[in-house]
Design a protein around this ligand. Structure first.
Ligand SMILES: Cc1ncc(COP(=O)(O)O)c(C=O)c1O
Length: 449
């Protein structure tokens, strides 16, 4: 028998009190005040503003004041199949009752690794972490251990987590000269810049020239196959593949966002280019903390002291790596995505919402680009094509901010710069969003004249 049956009087009273708070709108103000006192910046650092979310189901979320939103944040991407999907909930609940973490290997984690190997072209072997940041940091270290060289080439504006290396030339407000990397955070040791090279995304000629010039110092090249909202130009990823292969430099695709989202096999399947290593996150944890490094067995061998010996070995340890709850959630999520029509539905939802967004803004007279692919995109207020970090930076950020605030007022929840699409978004969600785009754009036009 459960220690706390559903009709436990203490629980019932607590629930009633919470509902009352919500009805009176006091809980939100109280929590916001506590948050401002105990959290730097009044929040978790993840998203601007003070939204406090209480619940999510399918394509919607509710805040603590009871407001309902169509959710295009999706937990920053993991909830591709929607919040609280019954299959994921059931898989997690079944495992919770049997223990939540063991540090030792577990069956769900082994089966998830097997599924990743069968789905992702570059994946011969897999190792788990709890976050994409860790996965990227390990992938770069693994490449350096394999190549026995220190430098990593990344692309300006590429997001590879919050490590010292990941934070180089991630979001410079005043971009500098290529290929000099610059830190986008205080607290990064000055010498990190000596071990990074930076190149404009989608500029294959520059990348090839840099790699040729520095091949003997390079441990690896890391790239988001679709960088933020910017898809790769024709031949860009293929060209990177060819030049890195020529010098035996590991090519790492950061697929934390694109993995299992652009296609079941990720960006490498969608764009048809296979890297040597990739990182995965978000979707593979089904809403729980789990990410992975996957790739060629001879490179992954550097996680195995027995194969490479002490000198080539790089340890990879994490208390919750591959924990059975996250692995069960990930497996259940991937099973949903394997069902016939899943990606067609995600893409159809994305196309409808993207068209509505673009139409709403254009009809109101705004010059916008809506770069991305159907599972993720956003509007950038600029008349010029967006092909890399600097052209995206040229967009009018103040207008975006005002537009996003108006969307929030109209029941659309999103981050500052991305719309994530879910399999669970339905016709009502799409209709609400498209109406909100048009109405918010009209009002913004009235204000800016
Ligand atoms: C492309 C990419 N890589 C890495 C990360 C870091 O993942 P995490 O937030 O799980 O550390 C993110 C996070 O959004 C990402 O978008």
């Amino acid at each position: 028998m459960s220690a706390f049956p559903a009709d436990d009087p203490v629980l019932v009273t607590r629930r009633q009190a919470m509902d009352q708070d919500i009805a009176q709108g006091t809980r939100e103000a109280d929590l916001a005040a506590i948050a401002r006192r105990v959290l730097p910046g009044g929040g978790f650092g993840n998203i601007e503003g003070d939204a406090i979310i209480r619940a999510g189901r399918a394509g919607r979320v509710w805040d603590v004041a009871g407001r309902e939103y169509v959710d295009f944040l999706l937990g920053s991407g993991p909830m591709l199949v929607g919040h609280a999907h019954p299959d994921v909930t059931e898989a997690v609940q079944a495992q919770v009752a049997n223990g939540t973490t063991f540090f030792a290997s577990n069956e769900h984690g082994i089966r998830l690794a097997e599924e990743i190997v069968s789905a992702v072209p570059c994946a011969e072997q897999v190792r788990f972490t709890s976050s994409g940041t860790e996965a990227d940091a390990y992938a770069m270290r693994l490449a350096r251990a394999f190549r026995r060289r220190d430098k990593i080439l990344k692309f300006e504006g590429g997001y590879h987590g919050m490590s010292d290396y990941g934070m180089m030339s991630l979001w410079p407000s005043k971009p500098g000269n290529f290929p000099q990397a610059a830190p986008d955070s205080a607290g990064i040791p000055a010498n990190v810049r000596d071990n990074m090279l930076v190149c404009p995304y989608n500029d294959l000629a520059s990348a090839v020239a840099l790699i040729r010039a520095h091949h003997d110092e390079l441990g690896g090249v890391i790239v988001e196959p679709m960088q933020r909202l910017v898809p790769p130009a024709e031949g860009f990823l293929q060209g990177l593949r060819e030049i890195t292969a020529e010098f035996g430099i590991p090519l790492i695709f950061d697929e934390v966002v694109t993995g299992f989202r652009l296609a079941y096999g990720g960006g490498q399947t969608y764009y048809g280019v296979t890297p040597d290593l990739c990182t995965l996150g978000k979707v593979i944890g089904g809403g729980f903390p789990l990410a992975a490094i996957a790739g060629r067995a001879d490179i992954m061998a550097h996680f195995d002291r027995g194969i490479v010996g002490e000198a080539g070995f790089t340890p990879q340890i994490g208390t919750l790596s591959g924990n059975p709850i996250a692995a069960a959630a990930g497996l259940a999520t991937l099973a949903i995505l394997r069902r016939p029509g899943a990606y067609e539905r995600i893409f159809a939802n994305g196309r409808a919402i993207r068209e509505g967004l673009e139409r709403g803004l254009r009809d109101a007279g705004f010059a916008v680009q809506v770069p991305g692919e159907p599972p993720m995109f956003d509007a950038i207020f600029t008349a010029n094509p967006v092909t890399d970090y600097r052209s995206a930076l040229a967009g009018d950020a103040a207008l975006s901010k005002r537009f996003n605030a108006k969307l929030r007022e109209r029941g659309v929840f999103k981050s500052a710069n991305k719309i994530y699409i879910s399999l669970a978004h339905d016709e009502a969600d799409i209709a609400l969003a498209v109406a909100a785009f048009a109405d918010a754009a009209r009002e913004l036009r009235e204000e800016v004249g």
